[in-house]
Write a new protein. Structure first.
Length: 499
């Protein structure tokens, strides 16, 4: 059986703890790989390698850093199909979706290639007689990233390329459920000429995470995952004096106003709710239908959802794959099973779905719940699966209040033809990312990604300008030099004394 080990100091390192975890093909239910789970000692070795590498990488030229980054980007482009296949094999998402994930990760590598602009400082001259003031940004040192299973390539690339381009060294702890893509990224970065120890990958579970959070040589921690874990990461790491950005869960809403193009809204709802099997923090999991459009909108969503082909991710005909584990599949199914008892109308029930020839896979079909109440489990919890809840509101104000009452604030969208209503929504909704007739408003790489409320713990969003600021710290230098004309007597530097 294949074993995924660690990447420390520029080379593959066998796991020494003796502990391994299973990696499963979600389409078949078969354990195809085992992953080494790092002990605290192995985490310490990765941090020590990163600290040693920082001594030279932290003072390396911007030209050197960007040169390596451009080579890494070229290799990623050449190997994107290979990386997508690794994602499909361990996560289960369809190949086109996996390719899209790699492409979105490449956007942040593009940003890192242009880090010279991001790191430009500021200078004020003559703030007083012969006094100048400059603001500069410098790297932090060793930083760590802890990433989720749902985007095993993209989310790591939201972190380490920018951190490394800023002059830091990095320790990545990817999800132990699908670790191969992250390890392959590290290999390609090394092939691009990244010095040994600048990027390290340690696979593991809670003991590895806890050691990173408390390690005295780790200056900052980036995290993406569920809200309870994000809250724990933030509290623990800040208690140990670290800078933290911890992105949590979501319950993203899509407000559909009576004047909206209902066909476009239905298309968007199906894509945003069921893409990647709903296993993404920017999935639309709640549609709020305003006024009399609810029945027609639900009918259009149902019509489209019934046509989605569910199957193995490596089958070109598949539009949605399985869930990551059988346990997660069963948890998602439980929300659908309990929805009717809590007042919802089950329009589509995807539980009990299977694929012929792949009966042991982690399958679930698409579920659509209508007239869901805000106090039901299916609405309150982040389900993280292909379940779409539809809620009803009589007015824009009622719909907005419903959305703003949610403890989550990752993303929100409005569908309307009315520019005034759209403008009000983008200003009034309590969410960090807003879409206007765009269901999944994930920003491009040069803008920052992050939510509000229980969707983000820490002061910085991820990537974009916020990412550069997170991975660097500011320094202000005030300088006064004597005028050469004031040199001591007997020393003539050739400067005229006619001023």
């Amino acid at each position: 059986m294949k074993t995924v080990n660690h990447w420390i100091g520029g080379q593959a390192v066998d796991g020494a703890s003796g502990d391994h975890g299973p990696v499963t093909d979600p389409a078949t239910g078969e354990v195809t790989t085992q992953v080494a789970l790092a002990s605290a000692d192995e985490v310490d070795a990765a941090v020590a390698a990163a600290k040693a590498a920082y001594a030279s990488w932290g003072t390396s030229s911007l030209a050197q850093r960007t040169s390596v980054m451009f080579k890494f980007r070229a290799l990623l482009d050449q190997h994107r199909d290979e990386i997508a296949r690794l994602i499909t094999a361990e996560h289960g998402k369809v190949h086109d979706d996996a390719l899209g994930e790699v492409a979105r990760g490449l956007e942040i590598v593009d940003l890192a290639c242009g880090i010279t602009v991001q790191l430009k400082g500021e200078l004020s001259t003559q703030v007083a007689s012969r006094v100048d003031v400059a603001s500069i940004r410098q790297p932090l040192g060793v930083v760590a990233g802890i990433t989720p299973f749902n985007f095993p390539a993209m989310v790591p690339m939201w972190m380490f390329p920018l951190a490394i381009a800023c002059g830091n060294t990095f320790v990545l702890k990817p999800s132990e459920k699908d670790p191969s893509a992250a390890l392959r990224l590290a290999e390609l970065f090394s092939e691009a000429g990244l010095p040994d120890g600048v990027l390290n990958v340690v696979n593991g579970d809670k003991p590895a995470v806890d050691r990173l959070l408390e390690h005295p040589d780790v200056a900052a921690v980036s995290f993406v995952g569920s809200t309870p874990i994000a809250r724990h990461i933030h509290a623990t790491a800040t208690a140990h004096g670290k800078r933290v950005q911890a992105l949590g869960g979501a319950k993203n809403h899509m407000l559909v106003l009576p004047d909206a193009d209902l066909d476009a809204a239905a298309d968007a709802a199906v894509s945003a709710a069921y893409g990647s099997a709903g296993e993404r923090c920017m999935a639309v999991s709640a549609v709020v239908a305003v006024g009399a459009v609810g029945d027609e909108l639900v009918a259009k969503i149902k019509e489209r959802a019934e046509k989605i082909t569910v199957g193995p991710g490596n089958d070109p005909a598949s539009e949605m794959g399985p869930l990551i584990t059988a346990a997660h599949r069963d948890k998602v199914a439980g929300y659908v099973a309990g929805a009717a008892a809590q007042g919802a109308e089950v329009v589509l029930d995807g539980t009990g779905f299977t694929v012929e020839g792949y009966e042991k896979g982690h399958w679930i079909g698409l579920s659509l719940l209508d007239k869901v109440s805000t106090d039901s489990d299916a609405y309150r919890d982040e389900i993280f699966g292909p379940v779409l809840c539809v809620l009803r509101a009589e007015t824009y104000e009622e719909g907005l209040a419903l959305i703003n009452a949610s403890p989550y604030g990752n993303g929100a969208a409005v569908f309307t033809r009315d520019g005034g209503a759209a403008r009000r929504f983008q200003l009034e909704v309590e969410a960090g990312m807003v879409g206007v007739n765009v269901p999944i408003p994930v920003p491009v790489g040069y803008h920052s990604f992050g939510g509000w409320k229980d969707s983000l713990f820490g002061d910085h969003h991820i990537y974009g300008n916020d990412g550069t600021h997170f991975y660097t710290r500011g320094k202000v230098v005030t300088t006064r030099w004597p005028d050469p004309a004031d040199a001591p007597a007997g020393v003539d530097l050739g400067f005229p004394r006619n001023h």
